[in-house]
Design a protein around this ligand. Structure first.
Ligand code: ADP
Length: 417
């Protein structure tokens, strides 16, 4: 059997093909990702003003999929598109633009011979839950299991599940199982589903606007009137356009009156000062629950190991900081030294886009601040986090999209029994 998923993030779209053995010759039933294709250009949400291009952008990857899935399987192969925070923001800002993007995408996808199952925006809870299912399905996290999906047998057998930390461009998700959380306190943070005969009650929250690209906008928006920005390297200069910076519902309310067209961003590379700016994007003033992370959002006590992926991994891997057995203070010192390194030296790094290079100091600072100040990881619990490379959320999306309403019954998830 085959299934195709398009994962439409805020900055990129990717196509994944999954395959698993048909029931009759089922040995392990394991789902494998057999092919992936990165859609050229930015995420589909970036085509808001030219929606037809969003459809066109998918064509090459779809043609590849036609080649990869055997012809006789085409008609029964489900095809899904799940969009995340980038489309959520576009929908908030201009719902007719997001409708047009979806219409163009549907038109393009329906031209292919697959069994098209629809394109839609995933809720933040779904996104969090998919990340969690996927993290718990990964090989490299499960050294003790013969078959990875045996992790899903774990609660009744006293083994722990792994929490999921996902950092995107536009939103960030935290999802974990906590003994202190039965879903009654803040039910909107609870996702329950059945997987391999076990009931799971997951705590999950998606913070819209707390993806690293949107927080960078906030951090820039606060500092347009000052001479130097501490989150950028000494010697870094860039002309920034006000309208581009404020073109997002996450920051649009903060645009100063009578702002000029451009401002000059100059770096001075101070981790400590950068952290102060980043801290100010979190609101800790009120919490109507027994405990909160930030912005008044309930969060139970952190529990168990965590897998941190997507931009968490890209950034920490670039900074050589994926080893969480290094004491947190040492990690901060290393990042402080990195931030203070002159831009002339940083920009010599080859093989990485200049725009990413310019932002790793900020992104590293945001990650450490989000984890410690935002989610309350401590010097001790920081070592429970593992930065992991490959989690394609679409893996779980494929199966979860079958069931449009939460709670999900995933007992038909086609893996080993
Ligand atoms: N090599 C890299 N270095 C740094 N950041 C990266 C790299 N590759 C991707 N990213 C960033 O990772 C984030 C991925 O977010 P994405 O999944 O598109 O967003 P969302 O799920 O919030 O819609 C984006 O901020 C993107 O710019």
């Amino acid at each position: 059997n085959y299934g195709i998923v398009l994962d439409a993030g805020s900055s990129h779209t990717a196509l994944y093909i999954y395959a698993w053995p048909a029931e009759k010759d089922n040995n392990t039933g394991r789902v494998e990702q057999t092919h992936s294709c990165k859609v050229k250009g930015k995420g589909i949400s970036s085509y808001a003003s030219q929606p037809w291009k969003a459809g066109e952008s998918l064509t090459l990857c779809m043609q590849e999929a036609e080649q990869k899935v055997p012809n006789k399987r085409h008609h029964e192969t489900p095809l899904y598109l799940g969009a995340t925070a980038g489309m959520r923001l576009l929908n908030m800002e201009n719902s007719s633009a997001s409708d047009k993007v979806f219409q163009a995408v549907e038109k393009a996808l329906q031209k292919f011979p697959f069994s098209y199952q629809g394109a839609r925006i995933l809720s933040g809870q779904e996104e969090g839950a998919f990340g969690w299912v996927t993290v718990n399905y990964l090989d490299d996290l499960c050294s003790c299991c013969v078959l990875t999906s045996m992790r899903f047998l774990s609660p009744s057998q006293g083994l722990e599940t792994t929490g999921a930390l996902d950092l995107g461009g536009a939103s960030t998700q935290i999802s974990f199982v906590s003994d202190n959380y039965d879903g009654s306190e803040s039910p909107s943070n609870s996702v329950t589903f059945r997987l391999y005969g076990n009931d799971y009650n997951l705590y999950t929250h998606s913070f819209l606007c707390y993806g690293k690209d949107q927080v960078l906008r906030l951090a820039l928006a606060q500092q347009t009137q000052v001479n130097f920005h501490p989150c950028f390297h000494p010697g870094y200069t860039e002309i920034k356009n006000y309208s581009v910076l404020y073109d997002s519902p996450c920051v649009s309310g903060r645009k100063p009156q009578g702002a000029p067209e451009n401002f000059t961003l100059r770096g001075n590379g101070s981790f400590g000062q950068c952290q102060e700016i980043v801290k100010s994007v979190f609101n800790f003033t009120s919490c109507k629950y027994s405990q909160c992370s930030f912005n008044g959002v309930f969060q139970p006590l952190l529990q168990g190991p965590f897998g941190a992926f997507s931009a968490y991994y890209f950034v920490m891997n670039f900074l050589n900081l994926t080893d969480t057995s290094i004491p947190l203070d040492t990690v901060k010192d290393k990042l402080a030294r990195y931030c203070a390194t002159p831009w002339d030296e940083i920009k010599l790094h080859t093989g990485v886009k200049l725009s990413y290079l310019a932002e790793y100091c900020f992104s590293g600072t945001y990650i450490l601040t989000l984890l410690t100040e935002g989610y309350n990881f401590t010097s001790e619990s920081y070592s429970n986090i593992k930065f992991i490379k490959k989690v394609s959320r679409s893996y779980a999306t494929l199966f979860l999209l079958h069931t449009p309403q939460m709670p999900h019954d995933l007992s038909s998830f086609p893996v080993d029994h």
